[in-house]
Structures are given as C-alpha cells and as structure tokens.
Design a protein around this ligand. Structure first.
Ligand SMILES: C[S@@+](CC[C@H](N)C(=O)[O-])C[C@H]1O[C@@H](n2cnc3c(N)ncnc32)[C@H](O)[C@@H]1O
Length: 266
C-alpha cells in the first residue's frame, strides 16, 4: 500500500475514533439498561392499564370535558389522506377531533405527517407547533442518541417537514408552525400552560422521553394531556411510561403503540 494513502487512512480512523468510542459506550449502556431492567419492564408493562381504541376515546373525552356526557351518536368515521393509512393515523385524527384542542405541541416533526393529521382534524382556530432538530444539525445533543434513532435524524431519502404546506386548504397549512432545536435544550417558555395536547414522538431513549415528558407537563393547560408514541416498540419509551405511571395515569391503547398520560396534579 502506498505510504501516503496508509497515513491518510490512519488519520481518518483517528478522527472517527471518538465517535466510534461514543457509539460503543452508548450501545453497551443501552444493553445494560435493558438487561438490568428486564424484570422491571416485564413486571411494569403488566401493571399498565390498557383499553381498546374506542374506550380510549371515551376516556380522553371524559378527561377533557368531565361535565359533558359522551355523545353516543357521535360519528367516529374519519377520512384518511391516501398516503396515511392505518389504525394509528386514524386514531390520532379521532383523538384530535374528540379532544377539541386549541393548541398542540409535537416533539418530532420528521416529514410532517402527524402534524398534518393534527391540522386536518383540529378546530379551525387550533395552532400546532412541531419541534425537531434543525435540518443542518450536526450535534451534539444534550442526551445520547440511540443507534436506532439515527435513521430518523439523518432523514435519508427525505427531508425535514417535506409534507408540510401541502394540505389542500391553505388555512390548514397555516395552523402549523415549525420549530427547531434539541427537545431537551429548547426554550419552551412562550408555550408553557397553553397546550391541550402534547404529542411526544422525538428521540426514543429513556433519558429523552423522560425529559420530553417533564417539559410537556409544563406546557399543558389544566385539562391537557400527553400522547406518547412507540410504547412497547421502544424500550426507552416503555420504561419511561412505567416510571411515569407511578405519578400519573398512564393508559396503553391496545393494538397501537400509543400511551396516553393524564397528568395528576402534584
Ligand atoms: C419518529 S420521528 C417523528 C415522526 C413524526 N411525528 C410523524 O410520524 O410524522 C422522530 C423525529 O424526532 C426527531 N428528533 C430526534 N431527536 C430529537 C431531539 N433531541 N430534539 C428534537 N427532535 C428530535 C428526529 O429528527 C425525527 O424527525
């Protein structure tokens, strides 16, 4: 091998070494977390109440509007955009419709699919704030990013917020405001106490979910609630929900990866 090529390669590997070391450290840390908490996970999941999607909607309605009985004749039919299929998207639209939010905060914009669902199914005066890391973000983040989250961060083959601004009615598009920053370091001051619904769908590590939920709690109106995505599909989210259940009502919506957190006042 040519000597200069060998030196160049060696330099590159020296440069990437700290990143490799950090990755390895995070990976070991994550495996240890799962290993040590496997019993907590197994035991804790069994403790979390689950309800079917219809019961979840009634629960949310009763939490939001305790003096109004569930309107039995209410239509639960919902129109889906052609590229938004599946029970979760439909349920997200219904949750939005029956909870009648005037402001929603989403952590984790990605292409803007769920922000669009909120815009389509919320009252005309609703504002939707959706937060993600800036497109050119190169780190570091406040907490470690899990290996499995890299694909969401890199947006390979797609772009941050690329679906936004494309709904058929301009008024729906205008409801959405994109925000940029690390969810654990973002200044939430202007949004505190104003959100009827916070959707936590950002980084999936335990540290991030706990931090996002702690911030989300400060954003809520008195009858506001939090929707967690990826419960049961990600260990960090699942563990966070189990821990949060000790302080709040947490309900899993069966057949989905949604968990609803109804805050208990301290
Ligand atoms: C699962 S995707 C969100 C999907 C989106 N809610 C949807 O379904 O349309 C997670 C998003 O969280 C973002 N994210 C990850 N870590 C973050 C952080 N520390 N702060 C803000 N956003 C973050 C990623 O960039 C990614 O776009």
């Amino acid at each position: 091998m040519n000597l200069s090529l060998a030196i160049a390669r060696w330099r590159v590997s020296l440069k990437t070494f700290p990143a490799l070391l950090r990755d390895a450290f995070n990976y070991i840390r994550f495996r240890r977390m799962i290993f040590h908490r496997k019993d907590i996970l197994d035991h804790g999941i069994a403790q979390i109440e689950w309800v079917n999607p219809r019961q979840a909607l009634e629960r949310i309605h009763h939490y939001r509007f305790p003096d109004t009985p569930w309107p039995e004749q209410q239509s639960l039919a919902i129109e889906l955009a052609p590229d938004c299929d599946g029970l979760e998207t439909m349920l997200l639209g219904l949750i939005c419709r029956i909870s009648h939010p005037y402001a929603i905060f989403e952590i984790g914009t990605y292409e803007g699919r769920t922000a669009n669902v909120f815009a389509l199914h919320s009252p005309p005066e609703c504002k939707i704030f959706t937060l993600d890391l800036p497109p050119d973000f190169s780190g570091p983040t406040r907490f470690a990013i899990e290996r499995g989250d890299r694909k969401w961060l890199s947006k390979e083959g797609t772009a941050l917020g690329c679906r936004l601004g494309k709904l058929p009615y301009k008024a729906d598009n205008r409801k959405i405001e994109q925000l940029f920053g690390d969810s654990a370091a973002f200044d939430y001051t202007p949004y505190r106490g104003r959100m009827d619904l916070v959707f936590v769908d950002g980084a999936h590590s335990y540290d991030y979910v706990m931090s996002d939920v702690e911030n989300a709690l400060t954003l809520l109106t008195p009858r506001g609630f939090i929707l967690l995505h990826d419960f049961l599909t990600h260990a960090g989210v699942t563990l966070a929900a189990i821990v949060l259940r000790q302080r709040h009502d947490v309900v899993h919506i069966a057949q989905t990866s949604f968990a609803v957190l109804f805050p208990k006042q301290p």
